[in-house]
Design a protein around this ligand. Sequence first.
Ligand code: FAD
Length: 238
Amino acid sequence: MANTKSKLLTEWDTLHNNGPFPLKLLYQTKLEGEREMPKKLDRYNDVALEIQRLIRESHHAGEGFRAYGSAWSMNTIASHKDRMHFNGFMNLSMPIRAADCHPNNTYDPTNLFLFECGNTIKEVSETLAENGKSLKTTGASSGQTLAGCVSTGVHGSALDSGSVQDYVVGLNLIIGPNPNDIVYLEPKSKPALSDAFIQTLNSRVIRFQAKPMHKERAIGLIIIKYLSIHTLMSRIVW
Ligand SMILES: Cc1cc2nc3c(=O)[nH]c(=O)nc-3n(C[C@H](O)[C@H](O)[C@H](O)COP(=O)(O)OP(=O)(O)OC[C@H]3O[C@@H](n4cnc5c(N)ncnc54)[C@H](O)[C@@H]3O)c2cc1C
């Protein structure tokens, strides 16, 4: 079972100390060990249950709960006065197999990966490089988490390419404490994952009508989770 450490604090700060900001409780969750739980998907689902437990606990205490990654965003809005959760240890990743794609999938399956929210850009790049791929753009630094980048729309560096959020083809989100509160979102017109695979994430699938993108550009990759942003990403498919 994933394990959470809780620290009672009075304040929290960003990496560059542009706070401090008030805080009551800091959570840090680590995944179950590989020996105890060898399958990545099991660890992925296991930690989702733990995050739901923390959301429930915060809700019962009448307090707010906010995820953060590397704390690089220099703004008060990236903090919460009650409870915050550090995601950096939640960094599973896996390639998506062709067999796990939706029958109407139009992406090259070799461009699809699932990344959990706490993966840093460096970790994402390493995983992609091992598979002969890369992000289409790169910023000046690589310590940000995927979820932090997607949330704030950063890490682009080319005129004709978007930033990290534009690589996302699907999002796996924890939206509350109940069994029905893990949802997988993707556009109806560009489905990536099969329903059978989404079921293995214990997720409820929501396919929505998306507006056509600029230049009919297909986004490449990601499933993100959460609050636990698990991200399915790859190089952008054009
Ligand atoms: C030294 C430095 C170098 C930088 N270099 C670049 C660069 O080269 N290019 C560029 O574009 N930008 C750059 N930035 C900006 C940086 O990319 C953004 O601040 C980015 O948001 C940081 O990611 P993070 O993981 O630290 O996010 P955080 O600051 O931890 O969080 C940002 C926001 O995302 C939310 N969030 C984080 N994780 C989750 C989650 N799992 N679920 C839900 N919400 C979540 C948080 O609540 C918060 O609102 C740089 C910043 C610094 C300080």
